[in-house]
Design a protein around this ligand. Structure first.
Ligand code: GNR
Ligand code: NI
Length: 174
């Protein structure tokens, strides 16, 4: 088990298109464990494999509140089979620390995926779980929350993140 590094925008690894997982092997199960550990350590509501530089179609989500028992959900090769309605949710992303913006999504989704044992399942979700599923699914195609913002917000967030990345690399070079 290991907490892995989460890459931040504009790291090009976040733009990789993730590949389908051929088989749920012990190596994949180890990666899922690392992803869960990394998500809980952050802490975050979800994490996509692309965020830790593993371009595979896997994400984990746990939307349980602080006063609820944790409920880890693992999605391997997820497909969103239907979407319904619209909602606007204030989203955050571990690859955009400190950024919170309202993003428009479908209100309800039906998703099909393999679980951590490689067994297929289907799930209908609404509210935060539906938002998280769409957010994580986007990561697997290299799509980020900044891509869903209006032009003005996009420019502000892009500049803020690039300035921060430049400060960090400058600090480590000195
Ligand atoms: O931790 C996270 N919180 C969150 C809040 C609202 C909508 C989406 C999310 S996902 C995010 C973790 C993350 O970056 N997953 O990719
Ligand atoms: Ni994210």
């Amino acid at each position: 088990m290991a907490v892995r590094t989460i890459y931040h925008y504009p790291d090009p690894r976040l733009r990789q298109r993730a590949a389908v997982v051929a088989a749920v092997t012990p190596t994949i199960q180890q990666l899922v464990e690392d992803m869960a550990e990394t998500m809980y350590a952050a802490p975050g509501v979800g994490l996509a494999a692309t965020q830790i530089g593993e371009p595979l179609r896997i994400f984990v989500i746990d939307t349980a509140g602080d006063d609820e028992p944790s409920k880890l959900r693992v999605f391997i090769n997820p497909e969103i089979v239907s979407k319904e309605g619209e909602l606007v949710w204030e989203e955050g992303c571990l690859s955009f620390p400190g950024v919170m913006e309202e993003i428009e999504r479908a209100a309800k989704v039906r998703v099909r995926a393999l679980d951590r044992d490689g067994e297929p399942f289907e799930l209908e979700a609404e509210g935060l779980l539906a938002v998280a599923i769409q957010h994580e699914h986007d990561h697997l195609d290299g799509t980020l929350m900044i891509d869903k913002m209006g032009a003005l917000k996009k420019r502000i967030v892009d500049r803020k993140m690039r300035r921060r990345a430049a400060e960090r690399s400058g600090a480590s070079a000195r």
